[in-house]
Design a protein around this ligand. Structure first.
Ligand SMILES: O=C1O[C@H](COP(=O)(O)O)[C@@H](O)[C@H](O)[C@H]1O
Length: 263
């Protein structure tokens, strides 16, 4: 497992988003130089989408070969494909629709299938929808396994980006819920404390297979959760404490979010 997490604090959320964007661009360029391709796991949430907008606005984004990038998600809201709540839809609007991504290398988590007037679920094949988050989670696990090395459940991601909830959740892994102790790569989530209630999420073992894990966090309302993550608490009570990368774990925060850390 990785060395101790390193926290870098920036002046405010705007500077944070631009700094993480610059860091991500460099990381993807370096991954492509070393291995011919790169992979990133995206997060939803306020700062997670703001940083994608900042990537788009950064002139150095042209140095990334977007066609040689695999794009995955750490979690998704299990709602209709066209819902504004979808993390993938927000990421497309912020960045993916504006760079030369290869659509075959973009791997969104499954969405809720449309229900016909007669109550039947449709679209499971044509539109890629699912009747329940369990089916979407199983399909995502299979997609990950397909792109993984033999014997591994998930590919070795270059970077997993995560947001942080005020309760210490990362992806859709909430304190004390079954997802935080799951050993498979992807789980279905019901009764999420944060709406919408149904979700799909990577698990901690899947997140921990990444070369680098970056927890990106802004705002005073997250300060307790940041402090709890560094307090020595375990991932069942503070899921973010289990978000560590193989080579590096970075906490990229604004000063408000870092304000309750001792020292
Ligand atoms: O619902 C979610 O929330 C978290 C945190 O979002 P934020 O707006 O409080 O930063 C996010 O990381 C996750 O991807 C998303 O599904």
């Amino acid at each position: 497992m990785s060395a101790e997490p390193l926290l870098v604090a920036h002046r405010d959320a705007g500077v944070l988003a631009r700094a993480v964007a610059a860091r991500l661009i460099t990381r993807l360029i370096d991954g492509q130089a070393a291995r011919g391709e790169a992979s990133v796991v995206l997060t939803g949430g306020g700062i997670g989408i703001a940083l994608l907008r900042a990537v788009r606005a950064n002139p150095a984004a042209d140095a990334v070969d977007w066609a040689r990038l695999d794009v995955w998600w750490g979690d998704e809201r299990f709602v209709a494909a066209d819902s504004p709540d979808r993390n993938d839809r927000q990421a497309h609007e912020a960045l993916l629709d504006h760079v030369g991504i290869d659509p075959k290398r973009v791997f969104p988590m499954g969405h809720r299938a449309a229900v016909t007037a007669g109550g039947d679920v449709e679209g499971a094949t044509a539109a890629g929808g699912f009747a329940d988050p369990e089916s979407a989670a199983a399909q995502y696990a299979a997609q990950l396994a397909e792109r993984a090395a033999p014997g591994s459940a998930v590919p070795v991601f270059d970077v997993v980006l995560l947001g942080l909830g005020p309760d210490g959740h990362v992806a859709s892994l909430f304190p004390g819920r079954p997802g935080v102790v799951a050993t498979e790569s992807v789980v279905a989530v019901h009764d999420s404390p944060k709406p919408p209630p149904e979700r799909v999420s990577l698990t901690l073992p899947a997140i921990q297979s990444a070369r680098e894990v970056w927890v990106v966090v802004a705002g005073e309302e997250k300060a307790e959760a940041v402090a709890a993550s560094f307090s020595g608490a375990g991932p069942i009570t503070v899921p973010a404490a289990g978000a560590v990368g193989r080579e590096r774990t970075l906490w990229l925060a604004d000063r408000a979010a870092a304000s309750r850390l001792p020292g």
